[in-house]
Design a binder for this molecule. Structure first.
Ligand SMILES: [Zn+2]
Length: 391
């Protein structure tokens, strides 16, 4: 089933492993000292070989970090092995002051359209948001990759997750051109595609939290749109089947709402795995376990992440305070943000750069300043190696 989440031709990696229950490697140093004497099995694979989970490297990587293979060559494989064996961080990475225990924003959008309001962003303002994020070193990643700690962006950049609630018309709309349906260049998907074309290293990612029966408000195109989104590497998320307030319905009703969404989504995208939920109105049912997994009428659902309406950036997926089942979001708005909107947080991160998640450029490692050592959650590291450095 998972296979259908792999997007043909998108070049995006979809790692399937959950972050729990896998090997824990602490600080690299101790283990590497032990292993180093016997084998190189744990040494990093060279760039052009399959990554440790057996999947091919991202063929778009070249575009995404904007460097040619020659420029990226850097240290030789042997040097890299030696550095890793010593738990050392390459100087070029250190220069970027990576902090993979910092916070990241999950941005919450609703409608893209007119006029601008609390829950509506105009196309031009949405473009400005993307430009601002890009210029300030943010790169788009999908929600599920972020919560699983599979953040694969260049050293020195920060992840940002774009989410769109409600499947509004302005999220993804077709207009007619010479009798043919084409993507409205002013809808969210049109803007994201154009922006990606101009700035491929920004990444193409985003999660659409839709409900039924009529996501994106063009019933004749539901199947085509959902399949297009998944092919391009976007995610579809659960926003319940009928946009229900889960605090106000029975436990059975909660299971029905979540399962019917999955059934409907899989009707359009066979085998697609819906992996996260945005709570309508930010409301949990009394029994919170119900939103994590369950079944109704023979349909199973499971959410690895549950998104709140919230007002804060999320802790790093490697931080002890990270809770994927209570993931806060930041409102991508400039109206009534009460000091906790996207632009407020962008400023706050500029003022306190140490709060911000900054990548070390290599998803095999978790790198952070030594002062944050205590906040590391050692249980969720997969096969990752942790590296701390003195500031
Ligand atoms: Zn909603």
């Amino acid at each position: 089933m998972k296979k259908n989440n792999a997007i043909p031709g998108s070049g995006k990696r979809h790692k399937n492993k959950g972050k729990r229950g896998l090997a824990i490697i602490l600080s690299g140093l101790l283990l590497m000292l032990m292993l180093g004497a016997f084998s190189c099995a744990q040494a990093p694979a060279p760039r052009d070989e399959p990554s440790p989970n057996g999947q091919a490297e991202d063929p778009e990587r070249e575009e995404r970090d904007g460097k040619t293979p020659k420029e990226r060559e850097g240290p030789t494989e042997e040097q890299e092995k030696q550095e890793a064996a010593r738990g050392e961080i390459p100087p070029a990475v250190l220069e970027q002051t990576p902090n993979e225990l910092g916070e990241f924003m999950v941005l919450m959008y609703h409608e893209i359209g007119h006029p601008e309001s609390e829950w509506v962003r105009t196309p031009d303002n949405f473009r400005r948001d993307l430009e601002t994020l890009y210029e300030r070193g943010y790169r788009a990643v999908n929600l599920i990759d972020a919560v699983q700690g599979n953040i694969d962006i260049p050293a020195g950049t920060s992840p940002v997750v774009l989410t769109f609630d409600d499947g509004n018309r302005g999220n993804f709309y077709f207009i007619e051109e010479n009798g043919e349906p084409v993507i409205d260049p002013d809808c969210a998907v049109g803007i994201l595609l154009d922006f990606y074309e101009e700035n491929p290293d920004f990444g193409l990612a985003g999660t659409f939290y839709i409900f039924y029966p009529n996501p994106f408000r063009q019933p004749e195109y539901v199947e085509e749109k959902l399949q297009f989104l998944v092919e391009k590497g976007f995610e579809i998320g659960n926003h319940t089947h009928g946009h229900q307030n889960l605090a106000r319905i029975s436990p059975e009703g909660v299971r029905r709402e979540l399962a019917l969404h999955v059934r409907e989504t899989q009707k359009y995208i066979p085998g697609y795995e819906v992996q996260s939920l945005a709570l309508p109105y930010g409301a949990y049912p009394a029994n919170r376990e119900l939103v994590v997994k369950g079944s109704y009428d023979g349909i199973d659902y499971r959410n690895e992440a549950v998104l709140l309406v919230g007002a804060n950036p999320a802790p790093s997926p490697f931080h002890q305070e990270f809770d994927p089942l209570r993931l806060p979001r930041v409102r991508a708005s400039e109206m009534k943000t009460e000091g906790v909107g996207m632009y407020d947080w962008l400023e706050r991160f500029e003022e306190n750069p140490r709060r911000r998640y900054v990548s070390d450029g290599d998803p095999r490692y978790v790198t952070a300043p030594e002062s944050l050592k205590e906040s590391l959650d050692e249980s969720g590291l997969e096969e990752k190696t942790v590296r701390f450095y003195k500031e």
